[in-house]
Structures are given as C-alpha cells and as structure tokens.
Write a protein that binds this ligand. Sequence first.
Ligand code: GDP
Ligand code: MG
Length: 436
Amino acid sequence: LSSKLEKAFQSLKGEAKISDVNIAETVREIRRALLDADVNYEVAKEFTNKVKDRAMGEDVLTAVNPGQQFTKIVYDEMVTIFGQEREDIEVAHTPPTVILIAGLQGSGKTTFSAKLAKYLKEENNRNPILAAADVYRPAAINQLKTLAESISTPVYSIEQKDAVRVAKEAVSMAKSLALDTVIIDTAGRMHVDEKMMNEVAEIKEAVQPNETLFVVDSMTGQDAVNTAKEFNERINYDGVVLTKLDGDTRGGAALSIKTVVEKPIKFVSTGEKLDALSPFYPDRMAQRILGMGDVVSLVEKAQKEFDQEEAEKLQKKIKSDKFDLEDFRQQLQQIKGMGNISDLVGMIPGAGKALQDKEIDEDAFKPIEAIINSMTPEERRNPEILNGTRRRRIAQGSGTKVRDINDLMKQFNQMKKMMKQFSGMGKMGKMMKGMK
Ligand code: GDP
Ligand code: MG
C-alpha cells in the first residue's frame, strides 16, 4: 500500500498545472453532485464553468492531485458566494423590530415564526410577540397559538379577516406592552398568485418591517428558485429561510437562490420541533451540497487544528517507539477538535480505505480520556506496567470497568502499530503544508 502511495504522490508533486484533462473527471463529478443536490441546472453549469475557467493553469500544490485541488477551489468559491459572514436579523433603532414572514403554503412559515420567536428569546434575550396574519383559516391561527403557548410567547389575533389590520395592531400592541419584536406570520398559497402577493405587499407597506424573510421548502428543488425569484420581484425581501433540510435533500436550492436572487440565506430549519433552527453557515452548506467533503474538510480542518510541529514530534516518537498513553490522549484531544473521527480517518490519504472498514465508533472514545486521566504519569509513560491491581484501581477512579481498560490497551497497541506503519509514508505533514 505505502509504496503505491509514494508513487502516486511523487507523480503529482508540483509538476502539474490544472488543465482540462487532469480535472475532467472531477468537473463531471462536481456537476453531478450539484445536480443531485437539486441545484438548478443552469446555475450548476454556470457555476462549474466559472470556477473551472478560474482554476485553469494554476499550479498543482504539492501532494494533492489536481482533482482534489479543484474540489477545494469549488468549495471556496461556493462559500464565497454564500457570504463569509453569517448575517443577523436587522434590529430597529426604536423598538419594536418588525419581522415579516412570507412564502408559499406549507413552506414552514408558521413553524418558523415560532422557532424564530424561541430563538430570539433564548439567544438574543428578546421579548417577541407573534402576529397571526394568516387570517383565512381558523386552524392556522390555532396552530400558531399552540406553538406560541409551548414557548410562552403572546400571539396577537383578531376575529376579522383583515391581515393588514392584524399586523398593524400587533405592532401597536408590542409598543404598549414594551415588547421589542413583532413576528408576522402570513398566509401562503399553493402557488404564487396575485392576491397573496398583494396582501404581503400591503402588510409590508403598512408596517414597514425591519426585515422581511422569505421562507422556502428546500425539498421543492428546482421550483424553489422560481418561487424565490417571483417573491423577490414582488416584495423585495431581505433574507431567505431554507426549511426542511432535515430530509434527504442536500440543499442545492440554497446555491440556486443565492445565485439568482442574491439575497442572504439567514436561517435553516431542520425539523418540526421548535429547536430545529440554526443560523445559516456557508461552509456547512457548501459541504453538504458538494456531498464530497473529504478533501475539503481535510484541508479546512487540518489548517485550523493541525499543529505542524506537534505532528513532526509525534512522527519521531512513533518511529522510535516512544509513543505513549500521554501522546495518545493528546492525539484524541486534537482529533476531537477536528470533529467526526471516522470522517477524519477517512480523510487520511491511503489510511482512509484501510481504516474505514474497521468501523470506528466515536462513542467508544469518550471514556478513554477518563481512563487515561485516572492513571499516574508513570503508567501513562509505561503502559506495560498496568497489571491487574492497577487496572482495577483505574477502573474505579474513572468509573469504568476493567474490561474497558483492557479494551483500551488493545486499541492503543493496535493504533500504535498502525501509526508506525503509516509513519513510513511521512506525507501527512507535507500535504498540510502544500495546501495552505
Ligand atoms: P406554512 O403553511 O408555511 O405556515 O407551513 P407550516 O409551518 O404550517 O409547516 C408545514 C408543515 O411542514 C408542518 O407539518 C410542519 O411541521 C412542517 N415543517 C416545517 N418546517 C419543517 C422542517 O424544517 N422540517 C420538517 N421535517 N418539517 C417541517
Ligand atoms: Mg402557516
């Protein structure tokens, strides 16, 4: 295995430039990934071509192949399109801050309105009131009331079917109750129609919201971008909320909408429960859409977490067989900082395939630190002195069983062996450097 890798790396060391030929396969893969993720066809084509043109002729970095490097460039470009910084909700100079929620029926407006209320209460210490401006169906008002009750948030509603009036009165109510935020949940239709658009536009005109958010179901795939466009032309919203990202969808709608409408995506909704809301993170979304995070996250995470010097020290230790439990613990801490362990192992070139089959169980790593913490420094340095008595003492100290300690020692010895094998390749460090 290792000699094969050596060869592969050597043939790539800084000799190549990115060309049509050496990234053709990757370009195809990326385009396929985008389409699979429901990115609008035109957007996918335009995006890939643009990035390809830009990447053409760049020197290939040491120790990665042109395809990997291109993937990284694609990823960076996508993150840039999404915007590096996540954008917060506008806050009014004089309260209340008014937030208008618009979108098609079933897109998740009512659920999101309640989620947002909860989020603003918990994260920003705000005191919101919800306005039930979906006045046509009593069920809609009740749905909002039930959700609001579960988060102890007031709802303003009236008997009359007058959405503009509800919105205006909710704002007055907020002022008189000294509530700092009004979230207006509106009615949606199955499809974009004039009556709905007019109503939302009228509400917008009447209450002059600080923020109008367009809610869109990410599972509507190719349609999402058209809906987003039509709503934007009509009500010129400030931000997008992408819902139902908990399903299989990879969220390509995010790229399509951002490209076509050029409005920031502010939140993503990932479930029916009220805590299933998250601010929009460009990097996470790009990884999700590309669905091929291996190379990208290797580089990203490695740049952040990997300490070159430490790595080299470790390599030396491994080679001279001085790798002990103290190093092991530090390794674990570093790995934990990098996120998912099985992902990480999968990302180590060459080691990936060999180790992936071994089903690394992340939970199994949790008690390990406890065990190592319960050892004396001497035991950490010389694990071979861990006899039965010592193991019993450590088990007691760490709240584990002797069996756990035996397992750990087995794992540790395996890892040590494996690391020694891989250390011969010595490419990890170079690769990190090359990709900076
Ligand atoms: P509205 O018609 O735009 O107000 O949409 P609702 O808020 O009533 O949501 C429509 C349906 O989608 C409801 O059954 C919600 O529980 C569900 N829903 C909303 N957001 C999400 C989400 O992020 N994930 C999932 N799985 N379901 C959602
Ligand atoms: Mg609703």
